[in-house]
Design a binder for this molecule. Structure first.
Ligand code: ATP
Ligand code: MG
Length: 349
C-alpha cells in the first residue's frame, strides 16, 4: 500500500512555534525521510471559515502567511503538494455523504469540539459548519487516502472520529477507504506547547504566541516577559519546574549542543533544571538562554521565508500546481466512493 501523508493548518493567523514543534518539524522530517510516496499539505481555508464566516478577508490574507510559513520551515514543493482546501469541490461532497454515517450525539461527545465551543464562547450559537468540522476533516484525510497524519495532540479525537467513519463506510459500502494513523511528536513537551501566558495551548486564537515570522527583537521581548514560577521571587529561592513555561519550552527546543554554544557551565538541561530547583539560578539567565536557543531555531526559517516573500509569484504558482494535483487525487477517491455507494449512475454512458 502507498504511504501517504495528509495534514494541514487553518489560515486563521501566522503559524507559531507551537505548530513548528507540534507538527511542522515532524512533517519536514517525514518529507525528507524518503519513506512516503505522496505528501499533501492543506491550507484549511474552508475549515477556518467555519468560525470566521464574517471575516473572509482575514482568511484570505492568512493563506499567504501560512504558505510562506510552510516554505520557510522547509516544506519542499518538489516533494510535498501544498494546496488550498476550498479549491477541491470533492471534499464537501465527501463530507455530505459521511454526515449520514455520524450521529449528532457522537460529534457532541468529541472532546476537542466541546473544548473549542467553550473557548470560542459559542454557547448555543454554534455554526452548523463548525459543529461538523470533524466530519469534513475525515473527508480531507480520506480523500487523499492518507495513511499517516502528523498533527498536535489536540487532533487525537479528530483522528479517532475519522477512523470510525472509515470503518463504518467500509462496513456499509464495502472496502473503499484507507484507515489513517496519527503521527505525534515523540517529545512530550511538543505535543501541546503552552502559550506565553502559561495557558494550556499556544493558539492563534488566544494571542499568546511566538510566531515563526516574528522579528528577533519581538521574540526576545516575548520571552523575557514569559510566565515562570510565581513563587520564585529571588534568584536564591528554590524554583518549581511544574507548569513553568520557560522550562517547557526548553524541553521542546533545547539540544545539548546549545549548552556548549551558549551556556557551557552546564552539560545539559537536567543540570540546569537541578540548579533551578536547588535555588541560586535566576529567571533572567534561563530566559536569556531560551532566547538564544529559539533565535537559533528561527533564523534559518526567517531567511527562507524572506526569500519566498520576495518571490511571491513563484509561491502562487506552487499553490496553483498543488491545487491541480490535489484535485486530481481527490477526484479519483470520490469516483471510488460513488461507485461503492452505487450512485455512479452515468459512469458507463
Ligand atoms: P486555531 O486557534 O485557529 O484553531 P491553532 O493554533 O489551534 O489555530 P490549527 O491550525 O488549528 O492551529 O492547528 C494546526 C496544527 O498545529 C494541528 O496539527 C494542531 O494539532 C497543531 N498545533 C496547534 N497548536 C499547537 C500547540 N500549541 N502545540 C502543538 N501543536 C499544536
Ligand atoms: Mg486549532
Amino acid at each position: 500500500m502507498k504511504q501517504i501523508i495528509l495534514t494541514g493548518d487553518r489560515p486563521t493567523g501566522r503559524l507559531h512555534v507551537g505548530h513548528y514543534v507540534g507538527s511542522l518539524k515532524e512533517r519536514v522530517a517525514l518529507q525528507n525521510s524518503g519513506k512516503f510516496d505522496e505528501i499533501y499539505i492543506m491550507i484549511a481555508d474552508a475549515q477556518a471559515l467555519t468560525d470566521n464566516a464574517e471575516h473572509p478577508e482575514r482568511v484570505r490574507h492568512n493563506i499567504r502567511q501560512v504558505a510562506l510559513d510552510y516554505l520557510g520551515c522547509g516544506l519542499d514543493p518538489e516533494k510535498a503538494v501544498i494546496f488550498i482546501q476550498s479549491t477541491i469541490p470533492e471534499l464537501p461532497e465527501l463530507t455530505a455523504y459521511y454526515m449520514n454515517l455520524v450521529t449528532v450525539a457522537r460529534v457532541q461527545r468529541n472532546p476537542t469540539v466541546k473544548a473549542e465551543i467553550q473557548q470560542k464562547n459559542f454557547e448555543s450559537h454554534v455554526p452548523v459548519g463548525f459543529f461538523c468540522y470533524p466530519i469534513s476533516q475525515a473527508a480531507d484525510i480520506t480523500a487523499f487516502r492518507a495513511t499517516a497524519v502528523p498533527v498536535g495532540e489536540d487532533q487525537m479525537p479528530m483522528l479517532e472520529q475519522c477512523r470510525e467513519i472509515v470503518h463504518k463506510f467500509n462496513a456499509v459500502y464495502g472496502e473503499t477507504l484507507v484507515v489513517p494513523e496519527i503521527v505525534l511528536a515523540s517529545n512530550k513537551a511538543c505535543l501541546r506547547l503552552p502559550g506565553l501566558d502559561g495557558k494550556a495551548k499556544m493558539s492563534k486564537s488566544l494571542g499568546n504566541c511566538i510566531y515563526l515570522s516574528d522579528d528577533p527583537e519581538s521574540v526576545q521581548k516575548k520571552i523575557m516577559s514569559m510566565y515562570t514560577d510565581p513563587n520564585h521571587l529571588k534568584a536564591s529561592d528554590p524554583g518549581n519546574l511544574e507548569g513553568n513555561t520557560v522550562f517547557v519550552y526548553l524541553d521542546a527546543f533545547c539540544q545539548d549542543a546549545y549548552f556548549v554554544e551558549f551556556l557551557p557551565e552546564y552539560a545539559n538541561l537536567d543540570e540546569l533544571k537541578a540548579h533551578y530547583q536547588r535555588g541560586g539560578l535566576g529567571d533572567v539567565k534561563v530566559k536569556k538562554f531560551l532566547n538564544q536557543v529559539i533565535q537559533e531555531e528561527l533564523a534559518p526559517i526567517r531567511k527562507r521565508r524572506k526569500h519566498w516573500e520576495e518571490h511571491w509569484d513563484d509561491v502562487v504558482e506552487i499553490l496553483r500546481q498543488g491545487c491541480d494535483k490535489a484535485h486530481a487525487k481527490a477526484a479519483e477517491t470520490l469516483a471510488d466512493v460513488r461507485r461503492a455507494m452505487q450512485i455512479n449512475y452515468f459512469e458507463n454512458d
